[in-house]
Design a protein around this ligand. Sequence first.
Ligand code: GRF
Length: 217
Amino acid sequence: MNAKKRTAILISGRGSNMQALAAAARSADFPAEIVLVVSNRPDAAGLEWATANGLATLAIDHMAHATRAAFESTLQDALDAANVELVALAGFMRLMTPAFVRHWRDRMINIHPSLLPSFKGLHTHEQALAAGVRIAGCTVHFVRAEMDTGPIIAQAAVPVLSGDTPATLAARVLEAEHTLYPAALRLVASGQVRCQDDKIVMSEDVKTISSLYSPAI
Ligand code: GRF
């Protein structure tokens, strides 16, 4: 196998997706290696978990930086120092400047808990329930400057059940996230999925995912 892609995970909070990525990366055949976990919030629970589990961690407090660009400059230095090749955003709650996004174009991915392009931004599960959709899900995409946009790498769908609350729907989607994100990182790090002229190109050996209907039929 070619060398594993040196990957940084950026978090702001609990870090359950980071844990899923880190768990996958422990497999010998996984094409990405987690070389750094960065949080913009020093008190992020995920940071503690990452440290306890032997990952290299760094808190870069955005509040200690006067501007978004200053914060990103510190972040970029840390990514460069660790020779990072891929960046995975996992519940990272900071918008990036167009310059930073351009620098990492097609090398930075994000997970969002909706079937994009529906329900961008915050309160996505509330939005889905208010819209009355019967199928919800999550999306992994390459990052572009506009929030929750960019070429879609992979999506997973889950049913919306009667009686769902934002919390129950979030939990069902989160479970799917924990499977989808490692699968998507594997595709990107192995080169089976890449972005060309802003379109996803998938190698022919990528398996298609079975269909989901809600209600079950
Ligand atoms: C996830 O739902 C992710 O899709 C969204 O923020 C949440 C982060 O959760 N971007 P965690 O920190 O990975 O547990």
